[in-house]
Ligand binder design. Sequence first.
Ligand SMILES: [Ca+2]
Length: 439
Amino acid sequence: MKLIYMILFKAALLICVKGSAVTEDSTESVGEEKLIEACPIKLKSSGKCDGEECPYQISLPPMTLQLPKHFRLIEKTLKEVQNLKEVVNKMKKSCQDCKLQADDNQERDSNEFLPPGTDSPTDQGKIQDNKVKELQSKVSKLSVSLKNAKNEIRSLQGRLEQMNLINMNNVENYVDNRIANLTFAVNVLGDKCSSNCPATQPNPVIQLLQGDCSNYFAAGKRHNGIYKITPDPRNESFDAYCDMESMGGGWTVIQMRQDGSTNFNRTWNEYKNGFGNLSREFWLGNDKIHLLTKSKDMQLRIELEDFNGIREYAKYEQFYVANEFLKYRLSIGSYSGTAGDALHFNKYYNHDQKFFTTPDKDNDRYPSGNCGAYYSSGWWFDACLAANLNGKYYHKKYKGVRNGIFWGTWPGASEDNINSYRLPFKKVKMMIKPKSFLP
Ligand SMILES: [Ca+2]
């Protein structure tokens, strides 16, 4: 504090000196009195001096100091401090109150002090007793109902056992009755048999399934005609024309042409199932040919006759037609004969391992079109043909597209050109027989 007073005093003096200096500068005629008036701070001795130390008195005029803005913060802080002080005091007081209350409670508990209006200790005990009694009665009620439930369960168990027993008895009785009946029936039969059971000769009807025409031949059939064959017992039997007379007999004919009575320009499904008349002209059917060639190793014999009366044949020791999934692919080999191996004409015209193509299903190797449609036939076309025994039946020579029955190795067949007449065939026969067949 002393320091602050000193600073204030010094500041006041400085203001006075400066003020007088200004006055001196502005007016030279200012007197000493004015100076004193201008600086009202008075310093004078007061009392007696004690040696060199003399008491002095300073009288200061009331004054106002403009403090910097920061002093506002000090004021605010002071106020806050004051507030805090009050709060702390309040808290202190309340804390003291709390402590007093706690002490009071402690005192009350220890003295079992009961405020007026509450039940006395004896009342409290009664209430407790009542509660215990209530609980006891509840427990006893529960135990009674539990007992009842137990009894009920027992009686139900008893009934269940009875029912089981009844059922078991019923079943046993039923089984006993049945056994008795059966025993009676067996005894009756036994009596009958032991007395006069006629020795009945078994008369089995042995129906041998004939796989193909060679089986009929082996069974003594020697007449050409239609026979029912079953190449695969898992598939249905079907009729086939059997050639029992030519070339050792036992031939199953798969294709025949002789008069042009049957149109061979047919669909995939027709070639699949077969068409025509078995006694005259027909295609047995690709599914049937597949079954026949699958059941046994078959040889194929092709007989051809032109209108000049020339007859030739081609024989293949290997002949197999795959199933429909494999597009009835042809496997043919081991040629022998007089007509020439037109099915393996050259490397460009080779029918071996070719798929079957019909006018409505193009499986051939000719990229620009359908050989079947172009040559009006269903056949194992390459791109397109050196042989086509399902071609159109011409009764005489013809010109134009070579869509008639054709065998490329036939004498003179390869020499013709587009402008020359093409040779028709009078008779064609394709027939198969197991390789193992011995007439
Ligand atoms: Ca094609």
